[in-house]
Design a protein around this ligand. Sequence first.
Ligand code: SF4
Ligand code: SF4
Length: 412
Amino acid sequence: MDYIKLINCMRCGMCLPTCPTYKETFLETASPRGRVALLRKLREGDLDQSDRLLTYLSFCLDCQACATACPCGVNAGELVAEFTCERKEGKRMGFMEDMVLRKLLPHPERLETFMVPIRFYQRMGLQRLVRTLGILKMFPKPLERMEGLLPDLPEKPLRRVIKEDMQARGETRGTIGFFLGCVMSLIFSEASRATINLLTVLGYRVITPKNQVCCGAPHMLAGDKEGLKTTARKNVDIFSRPDLDFIVTDCGGCGAELKKYSHYLEDASSVLFSSKVRDISQVLAMHADELKLLLKPLLLKMTFHDSCHIAHSQGIRKEPRDLIRLVPGLTYIELENADACCGSGGTYNIEKSEMADLILHRKLDTIRATGADAVVTGNPGCLLQLKKGLMDHLPQVKIMHLTELLAKSMNT
Ligand code: SF4
Ligand code: SF4
């Protein structure tokens, strides 16, 4: 880790009110400023790498809200993530980590096979039974949390059924490589189907390579830099076709990671790859005038939650809002602190469930205050977290991906 990044913090505290864990605890050790100070003291040899210190650092969600607020360009979340990677470098991985990060995630077909029993569990009505009887309370907490977050799975993962090469409707204006995130394919396949449909309607040929692999975000979260570089290399090679104008994703977390490939791999092909990556909202916003003509009225009161990976990591805020406002008849209500984290954070909502719930409830309170019928967002992690939160506490409020909203308006 670059020492300069640590000493850039001038301890002004401007990041504190934006940090979800500080807002819940008011503890300096749970703030970005405190985390940077701990890393600096560690680096300077004034602190040992104790369990207590690692616990303090582990509460960071890597939401990057502090980076947006910091006038000195300090990114506490990224520094904590870098520290985790350095700490784990060269160390032997645990069995479960090795299974998930090396044996499962880089192989989409294995991931799909892994989901088969879960789909069976839902289709046979076992999930309803288990939830009604409260059986999961007898199982370890992480398992109970994971099950609770699980929405209805689609019939088949989108990767299995989607055509690899979808021609543009009408005249072709360009070619897009579509990065279909694992969670989007396995769980939110309708949203990604809507994404591809919107792009073809707007005149793009869409290529979705079936052999693409996980973006590497889970590897980064777990501190597995080697695994991350391997998946990044594979994706860069798969998408290195000169005919691609853009590489588009509708998964905020994947987009943030794909844009960083050039930093990880540092070669010409990865620089070209990252320069072509766009969040779906960026491409759709380029064609707002045409899109507007295709949309039909929806009488909905709608609000928008900024995914951390889209707003803070990629700096995209205007495009999704402009697109929502295109829908005729829709009333848009801005959410207070729309870019505050929802508490999802990869597996944070499973590992740090109490803190994640506090953060989620703060978000739900702001959604309740809008009186909206539905919330739009652009990242599967947020969709999972908010879907569960809304189902438990605000069941009248629906949640959907941005492209689902636009597709709904197009097909009404
Ligand atoms: S991280 Fe940035 S905003 Fe926070 S205290 Fe340091 S300089 Fe100030
Ligand atoms: S990344 Fe998020 S949780 Fe971590 S220190 Fe920054 S604001 Fe706080």
